[in-house]
Design a protein around this ligand. Structure first.
Ligand code: PHE
Length: 463
């Protein structure tokens, strides 16, 4: 978004600025979607939830729930052209609907805070690993060494806070400057490079001796290994990885020019995001099996397997460091979008300066994030609910409850409340099969999927 506030423009533009075309929107939204969720989270969640069946539920959720809800978010954003909270305020007025729908915006802001608080901690790990790989720590390392290196790092809250702080400062700096200048240009280079390096790792995985086991693990449909919570987690992951349910994409939608096709853009974004996640999984699991590591070791999975692989490659230190640079960059482009709903709202409400707001948001998230830092060391034995640490809890509630709930409300509002004419104009629908498909997905399939998965989890957990 350019800094262009001020001057009155046509109702067709956002006061925060506009993407300079379809590709810039696709890249920005893909930058939001592709992040730690794909490279760090997806593989470890698939690993913890038994692999194949998790992947199937996840893919189904992306296609049947994620794509329609992402379309709905972009559509609402473009219709309102304001921050999610104010967009919902405006749209409830034009639709003569209850102002309770504005809660979508408020819950999104809260979810954004919660997610960014721990996101910065994990992205800090990636920053730390740039250095560890570059200085050759992992050259020739074996599985045991990689495991120990990671655990030693987790045991050291001071170091974790240092890297969390660095990441938060970088994010605030970029957010404060406005996004258009450097970031969009960089995304053009970083995203393809990231994919290339993932494919290099995939090549390594194919030759590691564990490829077949890895593929089998990821794609064998073993329903029993999934478990009850696994279904909810797979749906939560679909929301998380596509940045849905908290208004990030709605905020970005406000800056989309009117002539851009929402459907084509959204499908492109979802496909890109899914490809990165699958390739990351196919790169990581063969290394797990070839080295006798455990697929269900949780958040440390990427930080143990990949340094191991790089440590055994020629020029591994260089490629490894570069890889973690790219992961950190992917994390920053996502972190930015996590702040956008709250940021745009505060700028609108108080005419505040972007930079001031950015710093305040950064400080709040940083403080909240300390809880996640300590969950891996000082407070590792403090369980907030059940066996969950603070980090587990914040992650679980935001990803598995708040995002799907937000998504459900967005689908219902778009499907039933917003006047049909507005929806048709936004999506360029003229009846026939496309309109039927859209209505079925947004009114029936996605709300029912979310509700069914919620009901199933509650029923099974009580029963
Ligand atoms: N989609 C991002 C990722 O996969 C995380 C994110 C979630 C960003 C929600 C914005 C909103 O890493």
């Amino acid at each position: 978004m350019s800094s262009g506030l001020g001057a009155e423009r046509g109702a067709d533009e956002s006061r925060h600025g506009m993407w300079s075309g379809r590709w810039l929107f696709v890249m920005a939204a893909a930058g939001s979607a592709v992040g730690l969720g794909n490279i760090w989270k997806f593989p470890y969640m698939a690993g913890e939830n038994g692999g194949g069946a998790f992947v199937v539920v996840y893919l189904l959720c992306v296609a049947l729930v994620g794509i329609p809800i992402m379309m709905a978010e972009v559509l609402l954003g473009r219709e309102g052209r304001l921050s999610p909270i104010n967009t919902m305020r405006a749209l409830t007025l034009t639709s003569r609907a209850s102002s309770a729908w504005v809660l979508i915006g408020w819950m999104g802001v809260l979810a954004g805070f919660l997610i960014l608080s721990y996101y910065a901690v994990i992205a800090g790990w990636a920053l730390k690993y740039i250095v560890s790989l570059a200085d050759g720590t992992f050259n020739g390392a074996n599985g045991e060494f990689a495991n120990r290196a990671f655990n030693d790092f987790l045991a050291n809250p001071g170091e974790m806070i240092l890297w969390q702080t660095v990441f938060m400062c970088l994010t605030v700096y970029i957010v404060a400057k406005g996004v258009t200048g450097g970031l969009e240009k960089a995304i053009r280079w970083f995203m393809p490079l990231l994919l290339v390096l993932l494919v290099v790792l995939l090549g390594y995985g194919i030759n590691s001796g564990g490829f077949e086991q890895g593929v089998d693990f990821m794609f064998r449909f073993d329903w029993d290994a999934l478990g009850v919570d696994g279904v909810l987690v797979a749906m939560g992951q679909a929301f998380f990885t596509l940045s849905l349910g908290m208004g990030a994409i709605m905020a970005y939608g406000a800056y989309v020019p009117s002539n851009v096709s929402i459907t084509t853009s959204v499908v492109t974004i979802a496909v890109l995001d899914t490809v990165v996640a699958i390739v990351a999984g196919l790169a990581i699991f063969p290394i797990v099996f070839a080295n006798g590591l455990e697929p269900d070791q949780g958040p440390g999975l990427m930080f143990v397997t990949l340094p191991l692989a790089f440590g055994q490659m020629p020029l591994g230190a260089l490629f490894g460091a570069l890889f973690f640079v790219l992961v950190s960059f992917a994390a920053i482009t996502s972190a930015i979008s996590l702040t956008e709903p709250a940021l745009a709202f505060l700028v609108e409400e108080y005419n505040a300066k972007r930079s001031r707001v950015a710093i305040s948001l950064g400080v709040i998230c940083w403080v909240l994030g300390l809880g996640s830092v300590f969950s891996f060391n000082l407070l590792a034995d403090v369980h907030v609910v059940g066996s969950m640490t603070f980090f587990d809890f914040v992650d679980y509630v935001s990803q598995n409850l708040m995002l799907p709930l937000g998504g459900l409300a967005i689908a219902l509002f778009t499907g039933f409340v917003l006047p049909k004419a507005n929806v048709r104009a936004q999506l360029g629908l003229k009846g026939g099969l496309p309109e039927f498909l859209w209505n079925t997905l947004v009114r029936v399939v996605s709300p029912l999927a979310v509700l069914t998965i919620f009901a199933y989890t509650i029923y099974k957990n009580i029963g």
